[in-house]
Design a protein around this ligand. Structure first.
Ligand code: FMN
Length: 331
């Protein structure tokens, strides 16, 4: 299957766009552990078009993250086009992804995200306008529809393709479902059959074996992982082992030491890229929770990590665990 941007794997594995999670530090960690493509968190087209510095800062990435897509959302074709042109000019990612899947109230109330799915004329208008505004490939991410009565991912996908989408990711739930029920992989299979552009399957991948199962079940061109990657970037490399090895062997799970070391690396990246502020530390706590989940004897560690107010404190705590003493890791 021909992707509109350069990928080296037959079935590329994607780190999903996730607000508050798929930021530059986590994207870098996931690329290091086997994600083939990463996508930014969704960024407001209004914020971009107004040149708001905080919003522009959210789009920064480093060369090691490529191939990377920047995801934008909004319900005004003109503003989406302006945002796409600015993204291209200022950041030049490998592709621009349009979010037609976000279920969050604040976004859909202005018809953004999955709100657009109620109006396919709007969806087509946005895709066309964005295609015209950028020389980069344009991809889209959708849900299966707004609600059960309008559930028709194949029809939505065909309309997106016709309007110029060059690859499409389906998270096969409706907006009304939010995250309830199982993702309907049959819909990914039907869409992959119906479209000529690459279809990336997404939804409920928790284990490396799930990746192989989705590929076999749907014949999708690529696979996108969101929640399964929390504290577990190793999932990508393990899944790659299974995909390439015909479902036979995969590398072992990381040891507790590897987990701690990776959490520390991740924290250092956050420190470097986001600064040693209280905000960075508070937002990082969730990652610590995920990395240490299920580890024997980690409850005291978690308690200490959840109390941190600066990333420097986190470094000290991890150093103690890893090296037995609070040696400075900044050096
Ligand atoms: C914390 C969180 C934030 C998310 N933010 C975005 C986003 O910014 N853009 C988007 O298209 N989807 C977003 N999603 C949806 C995921 O990309 C994905 O479609 C969904 O979680 C299903 O995949 P999973 O079962 O692998 O988690 C988000 C999901 C989570 C859990």
């Amino acid at each position: 299957m021909d992707f509109p941007y350069s990928v080296t794997q037959d079935v590329p594995l994607y780190l999903a766009p996730m607000a508050g999670v798929s930021e530059s530090p986590f994207r870098q960690i996931c690329r290091r552990y086997g994600a083939d493509v990463v996508v930014s968190e969704f960024i407001s087209s209004v914020g971009i078009s107004l040149g708001i510095e905080r919003v522009l800062a959210e789009m920064r990435f480093e060369p090691c993250e490529r191939p990377i897509g920047i995801q934008i959302y909004g319900a005004d074709a003109g503003i989406m086009a302006k945002a796409a042109a600015m993204v291209t000019e200022l950041f030049e990612p490998d592709f621009v992804d349009i979010n037609f899947g976000c279920p969050v109230k604040k976004v859909v109330k202005n018809n953004g995200g999955s709100g657009c799915l109620k109006d396919m004329t709007l969806v087509r208008g946005i895709i066309r306008a964005v295609r015209e505004a950028t020389r980069l490939p344009v991809t889209v991410k959708i849900r299966s529809g707004w609600d059960e009565s309008q559930r028709d991912p194949v029809e939505i996908g065909l309309r997106c393709q016709e309007a110029g989408a060059q690859a499409l990711t389906l998270h096969p739930r409706t907006r009304t479902q939010m995250y309830q029920g199982a993702a309907n992989w049959d819909e990914i299979a039907r869409l992959a059959q119906a479209l000529t552009i690459p279809v990336i399957g997404n939804g409920d991948i928790r284990t490396p074996e799930d990746v192989v199962a989705m590929r076999n079940h749907t014949g999708c061109a690529g696979i996108m992982i969101a929640r399964g990657s929390f504290g577990n970037p190793w999932l990508f490399a393990q899944a790659r082992d299974l995909l390439d090895g015909g479902g036979r062997t995969k590398r072992p799970d990381p040891t507790p030491e590897e987990r701690f070391a990776t959490a520390l690396d991740h924290a250092r990246l956050a420190l470097r890229l986001q600064g040693d502020t209280r905000k960075t530390a508070l937002e990082f706590r969730k990652h610590f929770g995920w990395y240490t989940k299920g580890l024997p004897g980690a409850s005291e560690l978690r308690q200490r990590l959840f109390a941190i107010e600066s990333m420097g404190e986190a470094e000290e705590i991890f150093s103690e665990y890893l090296f037995g003493s609070a040696r400075s890791v900044a050096a």
